[in-house]
Design a protein around this ligand. Structure first.
Ligand code: AMP
Length: 281
């Protein structure tokens, strides 16, 4: 496994693979790797000759300084883990290597996708995400890039960015990987206290119930039901719950038969923010 921390070294290696006509699969991450990340990597390995994983905690996508400071960093472990699954290349740049002196994001327009859900609650988040992903695409030059549906809004935004900028990369969405009790795997989960960790599977349990209720109840009733359920949970605070159309991510009050919908939520366990979503049938 090759580990690079500079653009120059990584580019040299990528170009030598490109010269041999090898396809490049790319999995961008912020590290503190878990099985969810590994599932993306194993999907990438099936379709590409070479798999590149980046580990970079991107400062411009955090609207909360404390969240950035406390974001788990487990680089040594991550590298060991990647070695065991024979990842080809790991890219671990410093903040200076990516941003030089200018740690700011560019401004993007995603036709309104950026104004929903996470975009509403995390100011500038998607400008930061798009800035880093576009930069990494320019460095890695992947044929395919893999993103989790856990961050479904992010996945749709990246697809939109690629389309608008006509970037030569195919974006692949991968299923949400969960703990046995249903909690969506997340790097932030290791920050949960024992009690918060025990409470957190309630998020997915509620989403599953919404999935079952959707045929029988109208959306307003479901929204109210979810809010009331969370009021009974002392360790969890609901930030938002919404049922939205997959393409536009717009909140709906009524479903149409030819469109696809998902239920999305963000929940605080103390200061730790967890998100999850589920496809509605
Ligand atoms: P992160 O390191 O949290 O920025 O995540 C890197 C990539 O892994 C993103 O595309 C995430 O959507 C994806 N990811 C994170 N958690 C999961 C999960 N539980 N299942 C599937 N993909 C995930």
């Amino acid at each position: 496994m090759n580990i690079f921390s500079t653009k120059k070294d990584l580019t040299g290696c990528i170009l030598s693979y490109k010269a041999k006509n090898k396809s490049i699969g790319f999995v961008p991450t912020m590290g503190a790797l878990h099985q969810g990340h590994l599932s993306l990597i194993s999907t990438a390995k099936k379709k590409n000759d070479v798999v590149v994983v980046s580990i970079f905690v991107n400062p411009t996508q955090f609207d909360n300084v404390e969240d950035l400071k406390k974001y788990p960093k487990t680089l040594e472990n991550d590298i060991k883990l990647l070695d065991t699954i024979s990842c080809d290349i790991v890219f671990t740049p410093s903040v200076e290597e990516i941003y030089a002196e200018n740690i700011v994001s560019n401004k993007f327009n995603f036709d309104g996708l950026e104004n929903q859900m996470e975009g509403k609650f995390r100011t500038g988040h998607f400008d930061g995400v798009a800035t880093i992903v576009k930069t990494l695409f320019e460095i890695v030059q992947p044929n395919r890039a893999y993103f989790g549906q856990k961050d479904f809004q992010q996945l749709q935004i990246i697809k939109k960015m690629v389309k608008k900028n006509r970037l030569p990369v195919k974006i692949k969405g991968c299923s949400i990987f969960r703990e046995e009790d249903g909690l969506a795997m997340s790097s932030r989960n290791i920050r949960l206290s024992k009690k918060q960790r025990e409470a957190a599977p309630f998020i997915y349990k509620t989403l599953k119930k919404v999935q079952r209720k959707i045929g029988a109840k109208n959306i307003t009733e479901i929204n109210e039901w979810v809010e009331n359920e969370f009021k009974k949970q002392p360790l969890l605070e609901l930030e938002y719950f919404t049922i939205a159309e997959e393409k536009t991510l717009e909140t709906v009050e009524k479903r149409e038969s030819d469109k696809k919908y998902r239920a999305f939520m963000a929940v605080f366990a103390g200061k730790i923010r967890l998100i999850d979503n589920i496809r509605l049938k």
